[in-house]
Structure formats: structure tokens, C-alpha cells
Design a protein around this ligand. Structure first.
Ligand code: ZN
Length: 142
């Protein structure tokens, strides 16, 4: 999946074909989902939301922020308590993205969602992915 993305392939089609369009940024199943797909992750029950990918401190499609969802997934295995009964462990043929990591608020720099001047939405959602070299916050946004 990632080699396809790095080679400039579209996110949406390979992700949908390989992983049935399900995955999330909350549990490490990061490569499985196309940003903006609103697919629900089978592992942490988080719904994909590209707004929460861009601004991981806000709520949106999910009642908890992306940062909180990641903390919850590490603590008890789901993005929130309500989603716990819908989660499951990854199957043998569902490896987690080896380069993905949770957000580190001390080091990963995101835009202020309340800023007066925001960048236009990117053409390539890979720039929103804090764990990739292409992340647009690398080196600081503030
Ligand atoms: Zn997940």
C-alpha cells in the first residue's frame, strides 16, 4: 500500500481494493483507509474524518478528537468506550502500517483550527499524515 502511495498512486482505490475501504489513523491501520472516505475502522471503531486528520484536537465525525482516540485505543482498545464492543484484533493478513505512529503533541506541529488564515486544502492528503516525510507540519507550522 505505502509503496503505491509513495509512487504517486491514488490513495482511494488501492486502499479500498486491499482492505475493503476500512481502516483508521487511530489504531495504526493507517494505510488501509483513504482520507475522506468516512470508513469505520474494524480495529478501533473510529470513523475516518479528514477534518480530524488535519486538526487532530477537534471533534467531528467522531465524538472524541483523533489524539484522544489514539490514547483510548492504547488504553483500552477502542477509540471510545461506546465503540469497544465493535472492535476486534487484526487478522494475520491485516498487518499494521509499520511506519505509522501515534501523534506526539510535543513534536508534531498542526495548524491552529481557529487561525484567521488557513492554507487551502491540499491536493495530496499525504501532507496531512504526521508520520510521513511529506507531512506539511514538518519543521513547524506555527
Ligand atoms: Zn483504527
Amino acid at each position: 500500500m505505502l509503496p503505491l502511495v509513495h509512487a504517486g498512486g491514488s490513495w482511494r482505490e488501492p486502499a479500498a481494493v486491499l482492505f475493503d475501504g476500512r481502516g483508521s489513523w487511530g489504531s495504526g491501520a493507517a494505510a488501509r483507509v483513504a482520507p475522506g472516505s468516512y470508513a469505520i475502522c474494524l480495529l478501533c471503531h473510529r470513523e475516518d474524518d479528514i477534518v480530524q486528520l488535519r486538526w487532530p484536537t477537534v471533534t467531528g465525525a467522531n465524538e472524541v478528537s483523533l489524539i484522544e482516540a489514539q490514547l483510548n485505543t492504547r488504553r483500552f482498545g477502542a477509540c471510545d468506550q461506546r465503540g469497544l464492543r465493535f472492535t476486534r484484533q487484526p487478522a494475520a493478513d491485516e498487518p499494521l502500517d509499520p511506519v505509522w505512529r501515534p501523534i506526539d503533541p510535543q513534536h508534531d506541529s498542526f495548524e491552529d483550527p481557529d487561525a484567521q488564515q488557513l492554507r487551502p486544502w491540499p491536493d495530496d492528503p499525504a501532507v496531512l499524515c504526521w508520520w510521513l516525510p511529506s507531512f506539511w507540519g514538518r519543521g513547524g507550522l506555527r
